[in-house]
Design a protein around this ligand. Structure first.
Ligand SMILES: NC(=O)c1ccc[n+]([C@@H]2O[C@H](COP(=O)([O-])OP(=O)(O)OC[C@H]3O[C@@H](n4cnc5c(N)ncnc54)[C@H](O)[C@@H]3O)[C@@H](O)[C@H]2O)c1
Length: 286
């Protein structure tokens, strides 16, 4: 019987992970390092992790992504797309560019370098839940053939996902990530080389990003006020707590590993049952 480390199969593998300076991706990168992976980390902030290579970059710009891609290795066994930004007034376009448009571009630029049987794993969100009910808009985004065309679509439709609307800008960006994962599962460029594509869908997690969510939810302008609103919304009914970064980062590492070699096209919601309950309510609604 193989050990769990052997089953995960990261020893000596080239792994690229974005957003690794903080939160969920930092937890994932720590686990990947302990499993013997050769970790290439990308983030706009410095990391204190002893990764094989750290590339500082703001992944909202096409030119910067091109520079990052040029520095990454010729062979990548697993790619984890984890960076992301939260909500905030005036950031509607920026959120789309960071959370989806740039991420899709980077994945597609790197795809030829991903080994046969390799994996691509995103961090989406429970915010992307219900994406199929917004398929008209999400479908238009997915149908844009280039970075430039997608940016143009975002420029022309930014009023569709302003703050206070459903979906809000963050939710819309994550709907696109989730739909993209589903759309690519059987696409020839993925399945033809047995490259798996999945995501995790975390709910409320205590990372640096939570500050942005708190401020956005606040009616009195304070972080504490927003924290109370979100607590009442997501945690009060089940006397719950926010997730921990490693409760998201560790499962992410597992999904991208050889242990999950038959899993593709899935968004694993890690939310202590929040979307499970919504599924059941929808199925039993009169
Ligand atoms: N925290 C939550 O409640 C929550 C819930 C669901 C999904 N998520 C998603 O989880 C992922 C990880 O976020 P986190 O909660 O660990 O937050 P975090 O802020 O701790 O980590 C995000 C990392 O992404 C990096 N980053 C952001 N924008 C970047 C850019 N333009 N270029 C390069 N790096 C950039 C940041 O520097 C940071 O290190 C994000 O995609 C986020 O949307 C978070």
């Amino acid at each position: 019987m193989k050990s769990i480390e052997e089953l995960l199969g990261y020893q000596g593998k080239a792994v690229v992970i974005t957003g690794a300076a903080s939160g969920m991706a930092k937890s994932a990168a720590e686990l990947l390092l302990s499993l013997g992976a050769k970790v290439y980390a990308v983030d706009r902030n410095e990391t204190d992790l002893p990764v094989f290579q750290f590339i500082p970059a703001d992944l909202s710009q096409k030119a910067t992504i091109d520079e990052v891609v040029a520095q990454l290795p010729e062979k990548i066994d697993a790619l984890f797309m984890c960076h992301g930004v939260g909500i905030g007034k005036g950031k509607e376009k920026f959120i789309q560019m960071v959370n989806f448009v740039g991420q899709r571009y980077m994945v597609e630029e790197l795809l030829p370098r991903i080994t046969d049987g390799g994996s691509v794993t995103f961090i989406s969100s429970t915010g992307g839940y219900g994406w199929e009910h917004n398929m008209q808009n999400v479908g238009e985004v997915l149908a844009c053939p280039t970075f430039e065309a997608t940016e143009k679509w975002v420029d022309e439709h930014v009023d569709l996902f302003t703050d206070g609307q459903t979906p809000d800008p963050y939710q819309f960006s994550k709907q696109c990530v989730t739909a993209y994962v589903k759309s690519k599962t059987r696409a020839p460029e993925f399945i033809g080389r047995k490259i798996r594509i999945n995501a995790i869908g975390p709910s409320f997690t205590s990372t640096a990003l939570i500050k942005e969510f708190n401020l956005a939810a606040s009616s009195d302008g304070t972080e504490a006020g927003g924290a109370q609103v979100l607590h009442d919304l997501y945690l009060k009914s089940w006397n719950g707590r926010a997730g921990l970064p490693e409760e998201m980062g560790y499962p992410l590492v597992f999904i991208g590993s050889d242990l999950f070699s038959y899993l593709s096209g899935q968004v694993l919601y890690i939310d202590f049952g929040m979307t499970g309950e919504l599924d059941y309510q929808a199925a039993t609604a009169k």
